[in-house]
Write a protein that binds this ligand. Structure first.
Ligand SMILES: Nc1nc2c(c(=O)[nH]1)N[C@H]1C(S)=C(S)[C@@H](COP(=O)(O)OP(=O)(O)OC[C@H]3O[C@@H](n4cnc5c(N)ncnc54)[C@H](O)[C@@H]3O)O[C@H]1N2
Ligand code: MOO
Length: 405
């Protein structure tokens, strides 16, 4: 066997792997939840329709006097009622009459416009006067909130795929909505593998390292709208990983398992060793850097996504490969990329591989690469710069593709 024959050959395109991930990760179930603060960030699986008009009735936008002028320039009015917010205002204003109204109060039938109390001779507090004089004539429609001017019953508050933001929650509740149909967050179990990993508080010794992927991937999954239900580390013992995957596959609170490490070409690649013999699994080396070695399949029916162990590789492959599949599963629109002028130092990249470089997009829209390596560069970045396979170098002035983080 000649030198180089064992070299991993990129045999699946990034695009093909994305499709395979979408297939394995699949679509999320939907559920009905109350429209309240706990719904924040959830994505609608169906349009959320207004139950009621907003406002529900013509109401005053000011503390003042609603009036019906007999003639356009009438200034002096008889005050025949006093309507606080919440009152039913069950009377009719006749021409020449006014009623004191508070902001948000239902307007008496017939009211033409509202004059703020500051523009009258009336006291702001105390009982309503018998008569009021306005500084200027009543302007029709002025300071009146028309029924349904914000949203009418039956009109969508927000459409399918929209997130329930604080403002959408406010609009929905104001329009009488109590429940929304949303996608169920994917329940994720994260398993970091590696004999060298030590948990916080334990001395790593001479060959060990501080484990970091598990909480990083858990944080990425949470940011992607998942509910992380399990976070574990596992040694390179195949039996231990088999047992863990079997347990997680049967767990009632897990929809997806994400592993890190143990997928490349070494002698102790536990994930690959344990999963690859199973027919549904495939392990590939994508023409992508970092994040080249990837695996995916189903363990007893449970979707399992296997990311590489290098922290930057795991991060980049989650964001660039797994996240789009999760967004689609959760009904979220694909996160777009943008173009930016590169203003960093010249950088050589590997031809034949799409490369993702930690980048910093400045307020002026230009992008540079932090003067640091690996995780430090990633931790100081706010974007990933995508350099296509065909490009071997990026230099200042190049227009590059940027994925915001
Ligand atoms: N002969 C070859 N060697 C490697 C290849 C290759 O094609 N041929 N690919 C390289 C690439 S690219 C990557 S990426 C890595 C992927 O390797 P594994 O997924 O098997 O990951 P490990 O070997 O387990 O770990 C790699 C590296 O990352 C550290 N690590 C792992 N897990 C964690 C964790 N949970 N927290 C923090 N750091 C972690 C680990 O100690 C290693 O330093 O393979 C290359 N090799
Ligand atoms: O593909 Mo690997 O570059 O080290 O993450």
């Amino acid at each position: 066997m000649g030198v180089g024959q064992n070299e991993p050959v990129p045999h699946t395109s990034v695009a093909e792997h994305r499709i395979a991930l979408r297939h394995v990760i699949g679509a999320a179930a939907t559920e009905v939840i109350p429209v309240d603060r706990h719904a924040l960030g959830r994505r609608l699986a169906e349009p959320l329709l207004a139950i009621d008009d907003l406002p529900r009735f013509d109401s005053s936008a000011m503390d003042g006097y609603a009036a019906v002028p007999e003639t356009p320039d009438q200034r002096v009015f008889l005050v025949v009622g006093d309507v606080a917010a919440g009152d039913a205002a069950g009377f009719v204003l006749e021409p020449g009459q006014a009623a004191r109204v508070m902001t948000g109060a239902r307007l008496p039938t017939g009211a033409v416009g509202v004059v703020p109390v500051e523009q009258t001779d009336a006291e702001r507090t105390g009982p309503a006067p018998r008569q009021v004089t306005f500084a200027a004539p009543v302007a029709p429609g002025r300071h009146v909130r028309k029924q349904a001017e914000d949203i009418a019953a039956g009109v969508p508050v927000a459409g399918t795929g929209a997130p329930l933001t604080a403002a959408v929650i406010a609009l929905a509740r104001s329009a009488g909505c109590t429940e929304a149909v949303v996608h169920v967050p994917t329940r994720v179990a994260v398993v970091a593998t590696g004999a060298e990993l030590t948990v916080p508080g334990v001395d790593p010794g001479r060959g060990g390292i501080h484990e970091s992927n598990s909480e990083m991937v858990a944080a990425l999954a949470s940011a992607a709208g998942c509910s992380v239900t399990r976070v574990a580390t596992c040694t390179d013992d195949p039996g231990a990983l088999e047992g863990l995957l079997t347990e997680l596959s049967a767990a009632p609170d897990v929809d997806l398992v994400i592993t890190t490490g143990g997928v490349s070409a070494g002698a102790y690649e536990v994930v690959r060793q344990v999963c690859e013999p199973r027919e549904s699994f495939s392990f590939v080396h994508l023409a992508m850097q970092p994040g080249g070695p990837q695996g995916l399949g189903r363990w007893d029916g449970m979707p399992v996504v296997c990311l590489p162990g290098t922290p930057v590789g795991a991060f980049v492959s989650f964001e660039m490969l797994v996240r789009p599949a999760l967004d689609e599963r959760h009904g979220a629109p694909a996160r777009g990329a943008s173009s930016a002028a590169y203003v960093g130092r010249p950088r050589h990249t590997r031809a034949g591989m799409v490369q993702f470089i930690s980048g910093v997009v400045a307020p002026d829209g230009t992008v540079s690469a932090p003067d640091a390596r690996h995780l430090s560069a990633l931790a100081g970045s706010n974007a990933l710069i995508e350099v296509p396979e065909t490009v071997e170098q990026i230099v200042p002035g190049d227009i590059v593709t940027v994925h915001p983080l």
